[in-house]
Ligand binder design. Structure first.
Ligand code: FES
Length: 120
């Protein structure tokens, strides 16, 4: 699958992580040291939203119980999480952020859009 535009570069400033949707896939996009990183928005510990966490020097911090995930590999650096999060190729071109999601990213087993209880 090709890269898909996700946001303007200015929507993810240095040290920030934000949530975006690509179709039905929910992803977190973070910037650290000028680089853009994209990953599943769900912590592998207890499913907290990583977009509620923080971009840190060591990696993406889940604010629920403090696990930190490596930006590039998705591996947990600190407990309690023991499984890696999914990470996706990301790039910036001409002030826009692009992410490449694998085909299964929108499947039942992949990242999903969280239903917010809105009906109709
Ligand atoms: S849900 Fe992320 S560390 Fe517990």
């Amino acid at each position: 699958m090709d890269y898909q535009r996700v946001a303007r570069s200015g929507q993810v400033p240095e040290g920030v992580v934000r949530r975006f949707f690509v179709g039905e896939a929910e992803i977190a996009v973070a910037r650290w040291a000028g680089r853009i990183y994209a990953m599943s928005n769900y912590c592998t510990h207890l499913d907290c939203l990583l977009s509620s966490g923080h971009a840190t020097e060591d990696g993406l911090l889940c604010s629920c119980h403090g696990s930190v995930f490596d930006y590039e590999s998705g591996e947990p650096i600190t407990p309690p999480a023991t499984k890696p999060i999914r990470v996706y190729p990301a790039k910036e071109e001409e002030g826009e952020i692009f992410v490449r999601l694998p085909p299964d990213a929108v499947s039942a087993d992949g990242p999903r859009r969280r239903h917010l209880g809105v009906t109709g």
